[in-house]
Unconditional design. Structure first.
Length: 144
């Protein structure tokens, strides 16, 4: 099978174009950066380290002596976790929703389990049983 002269030129041009793009492509591309300030917090204490939840709903700010829990949906600090003044680093576990707080000077590690508690308003709703009865909610997510 013989390739025509025009096909040969086309293949050669594509090869040269591919080679040029491969060698010089990253230098030819230009990307701009667009950004927007979403929130700025004025904290009462000096922030030492920051971690966020995997879904981005919570920001954990380590300050001397406590962790400030900032809710992105509410736009405010919703909780404080006392930890001691020696701790200077924080990280969030992706798999089991825990905070790891370390102290480089005291050689300490604290692992804190985070559980979200939801409040529901049932005032005026009909119910059966005592008002303060414990409730367990079971979620079947792989239901067919």
């Amino acid at each position: 099978m013989r390739i025509s002269q025009n096909m040969y030129r086309l293949y050669r041009a594509l090869f040269i174009l591919t080679l040029v793009c491969w060698l010089y492509g990253p230098h030819l591309a230009h990307a701009d950066l667009e950004w927007l300030l979403k929130k700025q917090l004025n904290l009462q204490a000096q922030p030492l380290d920051v971690a966020s939840s995997t879904d981005g709903q919570w920001v954990y700010v380590l300050t001397p002596g406590e962790v400030l829990v900032y809710s992105m949906s509410k736009g405010k600090v919703t909780d404080r976790i006392p930890v001691g003044k020696a701790f200077d680093r924080i990280s969030h576990s992706l798999q089991n929703n825990t905070l790891m707080i370390t102290s480089s000077t005291k050689k300490l590690l604290k692992i804190i389990q985070i559980e979200e508690i939801h409040q529901f308003a049932f005032a005026g709703s009909p119910f059966k049983g005592p008002k303060n009865a414990p409730v367990t909610i079971a979620v079947f997510s792989d239901y067919q």
